[in-house]
Design a protein. Structure first.
Length: 451
């Protein structure tokens, strides 16, 4: 968008504001660590939007509000319809971020997530200049006081796996990694609600019964007022936003020590990747820059078959700087802290997602493998080298069915597995070509091997 188009958009937004009889304003922080936060003023035409952003960002105390001067301002008007010819955008929906004027204009959409992702984008732009690593991740702390960070795109289990009653939750979506801490950018959580199970996700399910939780796109019976989390008729992307303290054992400070473990989550619809693999620092940077998962029918408009998708740094749309900036920051911090890195596949097992009878990896098995990685016991088991991707895969883990650890053997036709695996390898290699000039030889050698 050109500066001239943004000027026209801003003028029209301000005119639309002037016509509103009632507006809702919240002054909030993006970032829980005081020396690395931004002050944000959010102006809404919808009350529930203002409740949402008050829940999702960090709420200042009375002393902070006494002399609050915003660094950035967000104006969110769902009723505003952009004009592509006048405003230089693609349609009636617009999310325009202007770093020079420190102004974000959101129009033509009632999806509340645009506000929080705008703040995420601001921090992703600013923090690397201070040597802070911004991350699209969840984070929690174990009983041993060690922090784990979970990278992953929507639908990979980032929120679910971090909401573990045996561990202290730092946050479920956006964090910074400074010299002294992992700190939450937010003061709330934003969980996917589609097919939410009380048995599998009790902590998140309980929030749907709490006053103050905001539910988006969740179907409710007009007579009984009962919620139907299995109904995707409004959208597959149904969401719930709630204060972080709704999760038992949440961190009061929204902060924890620097990480001891990094988990990279993927939902592999091809049924190729193992449920867990150990990564070298070079492999970790390779998979971080790749940001692989799969889009499956129903989660996005126009997607009728599973397909590979690569979102750099597990959050490409919100990373304004070159991906190598974030990748190199991550590699430096991994090396400095001796961080253990793991790739965890929460996707499909024993075949492709489109095959009859194929289901996702059991969440109990995923949690058992994660617990073994995080408590250090996984370091003591035997590993094999994956012939396609080169990372290390455990052969057997106490308490986990060994059959789950070998995707190839679980396929009815191992030769078909080999063909599918090589197809995925080629997609990884093709996608990573854009980064080869920006990484060192070690990272280039961490690529999977094409037969």
């Amino acid at each position: 968008m050109s500066p001239e188009h943004f000027a026209a958009l801003k003028a029209d937004f301000l005119a639309a504001l002037a016509d509103k009889k009632q507006l809702y304003v919240a002054d909030l922080f993006g970032g829980s660590q005081p020396e690395h936060r931004v002050k944000v003023r959010v102006i809404n035409e919808l009350a529930w939007h203002n409740l949402f952003i008050r829940t999702l960002l960090v709420r200042p105390g009375a002393a902070d509000l006494a002399d609050f001067a915003p660094d950035y301002t967000i104006i969110d008007l769902p009723s505003f319809k952009a004009d592509p010819a006048r405003h230089g955008c693609r349609g009636e929906t617009v999310i325009a971020v202007n770093f020079t004027e420190k102004l974000i204009l959101i129009g033509g959409t009632a999806y509340a997530g645009e506000m929080k992702k705008s703040v995420f984008g601001i921090l992703n732009f600013l923090l690397p200049e201070s040597g802070v690593m911004p991350m699209h991740c969840s984070a929690n702390i174990g009983p041993d006081g060690r922090t784990a960070v979970f990278f992953g795109l929507s639908g990979t289990g980032k929120t679910t796996l971090s909401a573990d009653a045996s561990r202290t939750l730092i946050g479920d979506d956006e964090h910074g990694w400074s010299d002294t801490a992992v700190f939450n950018f937010e003061g709330g959580c934003y969980a996917k609600m589609i097919r939410l199970s009380e048995e599998a996700e009790p902590e998140i399910y309980a929030t749907t019964r709490r006053f103050g939780t905001v539910l988006e796109n969740v179907v409710i019976d007009p007579d009984t007022r009962e919620l139907d989390f299995d109904d995707a008729s409004l959208a597959e992307n149904s969401r719930g936003s709630y204060p972080i303290e709704f999760i038992p054992n949440a961190s009061a400070e929204n902060m924890g020590p620097v990480p001891a473990n990094i988990i990279m989550l993927t939902a592999d619809a091809y049924g190729v990747l193992p449920p867990i693999a150990r990564l070298t620092p070079d492999q970790a940077m390779y998979h971080f820059l790749s940001g692989y998962t799969a889009r499956v029918a129903g989660t996005e408009i126009g997607v009728t078959e599973p397909e590979a998708t690569f979102s750099t740094c597990f959050g490409a749309p919100f990373m304004p700087r070159h991906p190598s900036v974030y990748g190199n920051l991550l590699k430096e911090r991994i090396a400095k802290g001796g961080v253990k890195c793991w790739l965890v596949n929460t996707g499909w097992f024993g075949g492709k997602a489109t095959q009859d009878g194929i289901s996702r990896m059991p969440i109990k098995a995923t949690r058992a493998l994660l617990n073994a990685a995080l408590d250090g016991s996984l370091n003591d088991v035997q590993f094999r080298e994956d012939p396609n991707f080169g990372f290390e895969v455990p052969v057997a883990v106490p308490g986990v069915d060994s059959a789950l650890l070998d995707q190839r053997s679980a396929w009815g036709d191992p030769a078909e597995y080999d063909r599918t695996a090589q197809s995925l390898v080629r997609q990884f290699i093709e996608n990573f070509a854009q980064f080869e000039a920006h990484v060192d030889e070690g990272v280039r050698k961490a690529a999977p091997v094409a037969a």
